[in-house]
Design a protein. Structure first.
Length: 199
């Protein structure tokens, strides 16, 4: 079995095991005060993965599928947070399709890799905050905040250390075990203004 599949399977199994055990309050997914804790218990707390600031999950998809989708989101956005290809490979399928492909970006898994490398050439300390995650059916919707400093080069312009802080929204379609397609929109006007290359 592929190493990424083993890691993903172990993480999902651990999350399901946690959901199945514990005290009556934990097993019901509610604290004594009645506040739902179920979505938070789906998060993989591994220190190398980004942690969602807010998580909303459709219970009807079941614990195993919910844990799988949350874990895929954490892997994908850890890729954007670090630029490390292994997280991208674990999150997206070989047949992955970008439905909002920007001009000049290759289709398939090569697209996010190309975008990450290009962006990090301009903003080497780029981080990706996973601000909001909504899991419903076979869709993951995420609000992201990208931050860093323009110390590299963008379109021939050398950075002067300006701060970068802008939002993006993604919708990911999850197949059997990985993400198979997405739609995304970024606040490019804010980004270009912060880079000092937009009027």
């Amino acid at each position: 079995m592929h190493r990424h599949t083993l890691i993903r399977t172990a993480a999902v199994a651990a999350a399901v095991a946690v959901l199945a055990g514990g005290s009556t309050a934990a097993a019901s997914g509610r604290t004594p005060s009645g506040v739902s804790t179920w979505p938070q218990r789906l998060i993989d707390r591994s220190p190398d993965l980004v942690q969602p600031k807010s998580l909303t999950v459709d219970r009807s998809i079941g614990a195993r599928r919910a844990a799988q989708e949350v874990h895929l989101a954490q892997q994908l956005y850890t890729f954007w947070n670090t630029g490390q290809r292994r997280y991208l490979d674990a999150a997206v399928a070989p047949e992955f399709k970008d439905n909002t492909l920007p001009a000049g970006r290759p289709q398939g898994p090569a697209g996010p890799l190309f975008a990450s490398r290009s962006f990090r050439a301009a903003v080497p300390d780029l981080t990706c905050e996973l601000s909001d995650v909504l899991v419903a059916g076979d869709r993951i919707t995420a609000r992201l905040v990208f931050r860093g400093h323009f110390t590299g080069t963008f379109n021939g312009v050398r950075g002067t250390g300006r701060s970068v802080d802008f939002n993006a929204i993604d919708i990911q379609h999850v197949g059997t075990d990985r993400i198979v397609e997405d739609w995304h929109i970024e606040d490019n006007q804010t980004l270009l203004t912060q880079l000092g290359v937009s009027g």
